[in-house]
Design a protein around this ligand. Sequence first.
Ligand code: KIV
Ligand code: ZN
Length: 498
Amino acid sequence: MSDRLFIFDTTLRDGEQVPGCQLNTVEKIEVAKALENLGVDVIEAGFPVSSPGDFNSVVEISKAVTWPTICALTRAVENDIRVAADALKYAKHPRIHTGIGTSDPHIRYKFNSNREEIIERAVRAVSYAKKFVEDVQFYAEDAGRTDNEYLARVIEAVIKAGATVVNIPDTTGYCMPWEFGEKIKYLMEHVDGIDRVTIATHCHNDLGMATANTVAGIANGARQAEVTINGIGERAGNTALEEVVMTFRSHRELGIDTNINATKITSTSRMVSSLMNMPVQPNKAIVGRNAFAHSSGIHQDGVLKNRESYEIIDPRDVGIDENSIVLTARSGRAALKHRLHVLGIELTSEQLDKAYEEFLRLADRKKEINDDDVLMLAGQHRKATSRIKLDFLQVTSGVGLHSVASVGLDIAGEKFEACASGNGPVDAAISAIKIIIRRKMLVKEFLIQAINKGSNDIGKVHMTVEHDGASYYGFSANTDIVAASAEAFIDAINKFVR
Ligand code: KIV
Ligand code: ZN
């Protein structure tokens, strides 16, 4: 019988903090439902005091999700805690996650305080949160760089105040795996009452050791792993859910298991990547496009003779459907609907009609439509509701020619046209759009990425546009990369032009 490891997913909080990964409430509900189907125990749904949007998402996710615990983040501040409790009022299993920095740099520079005062504030926050909910999780921010003896005193005090879960974050991703394991072991051995609570790990990946640190923490007694899908999160990200789950599934001798239905890992990963416009690196463990691809002749030969020669995980165990259907121009609406369903996406009948129209247009240009293309099509319905739309785009460019673009925009139903030249077709198209929009805008980042391979492939464009001191993220995908670039620029503009 394995020991149960609780999976606390923070894709919608730590993951969503990443610039460009912001989701609207409907999309967050979609992700929360996928996480529920995946079998996560706790969903951290947001930081309600940070914005009305975050507050509303926690309310709506609480209503939409049935069995996982819904958690809301706060600082050790009474108003944060009151607002979080209010946002959680519809949750069937609510949890407040409150905490404070405990490392010397945090105490000194962030709070201009001292160790004793921090303990008092931590205890006050937990006691206050207990007035609203039974389940209170405490985080000791930057625990990775906190002196163990002092950390033990903080933890003991918050347990006495009623904390049910204690989170030990390696906020800066600084710890070595043995050091983080030792930290958990020290707490298990020196904190009075630690057997009454669950100890959690929350590791960041700044040195690429988030999963190793999480596994070390669990090997030493932690029983909740805080993770995100695809490892997204602040800076270099958080521990990836799929890596932790499959580490314990692959190493049964460790006697630890989770409630995760691993066959849903691939579809959840793709859904999050698609909704957040955050590509998964091809060599990413478990969910990267190349994670199960054997390219060298020696490896291919070995796998054909016996899969286990080079594969430690059967791809089917994480939901890779080897017989995945490739759709073509002859595929019907039902086939597209089925493929979307397999990928975890349900569209309304109207959205499906639009996606099917786009699908037929794409299938005309590209013979085979794969899962990445289908996910891209599913994301198109978000564009249909935008205020500014690209009506038409014509570019002339070539070697020895000056690039010129004519652009037509539809702004809330009104038509505008402009023409401009540039030092390439993308520059010309963007200059023409700027003539119509007439705001100060600067393209800060511009990334073009092919989804798969082949000259008829779809190009994905990620763009960051600076306007009025703030950065706005835009995305589009199109077989015409100049059109994709213009659309990504318009997508970013839609975020600040109302
Ligand atoms: O990394 C961190 O310390 C956090 C806390 C808010 C839990 O995200
Ligand atoms: Zn974090």
